[in-house]
Design a binder for this molecule. Sequence first.
Ligand SMILES: O=C(O)CCC(=O)C(=O)O
Length: 289
Amino acid sequence: MKSLPTFAAPDDGRLPDEMLSAFDEAGVLILKGFADPAQCLALRKHTLALVEREAPAAPQSVFSTTSNVQFTDKYFEDSAANISFFFEEESCGASAGEEKSAQLNKMGHAMHDLDPAFDAFSRTEKLANAALSLRLDNPKIVQSMYIFKPPAIGGEVVCHQDSTYLYTKPETCIGFWFAIDDADAENGAMQFIPGAHKGPLRALNGRGADGALATRVLDDAPFDGAPVLAPAKRGDLVIFHGRAPHMSAANRSARPRHAYTLHVVDGHARWPAENWLQRPASLPFRGFA
Ligand SMILES: O=C(O)CCC(=O)C(=O)O
């Protein structure tokens, strides 16, 4: 089995040619120790407190990549510009004394713009340097997701390309996924098909003439190659191309697998009105400054 390109994170975030070539070849790059584990733990603690304070106890809105139930949901569309809580499909609601986060799939999608702790974690010079190295000349952070992947019920994420959902013309989307907990085969680490980002975009999600969100197949060729696990320790950063097919298995283990992801595009590219994620004029996309 191939392994994914893995390097020690550069201190200043600037990616040397060797890392850029590996990214161009595989469509994914694992940078060990990019973030300080203590800061990851602080973000985790902050998130759990936020969830206890703000999240509903019983399932309201579900996020699932197998049923895609969220695409008929106004709560989901509104989450482009707020902090929303999505439950696991298998959630039965938090039982007495149980942490609410044990039922949640994710929180999204504007923490980086609305919550000071997420803003600080997201807008570092180091991450800005990494984005600039990856030729995002005018980087804009379009969404943030805190993914809980809770023990036992953490849902599978089916194989997809992020440019399907975060499309710019030309395509510029890049994902920055931070391990907040250690992730491995047991608790549903990310998996990638190395090199498969060189193939076409398979599907495009967006608003049709009736205003409803739907995913249209562009190319029905199967993804070419076998998925490879991206094991990660707290603080590691996984960077991936918008066309990189990726997935994660359900978490049936007793351990949570928290992660924090940012998706960044180039502000020089066009952001179509058909994209699900639209910001009001009062909350425009911002870069790292
Ligand atoms: O964390 C996961 O399992 C999936 C995350 C993902 O698909 C993404 O960040 O684009």
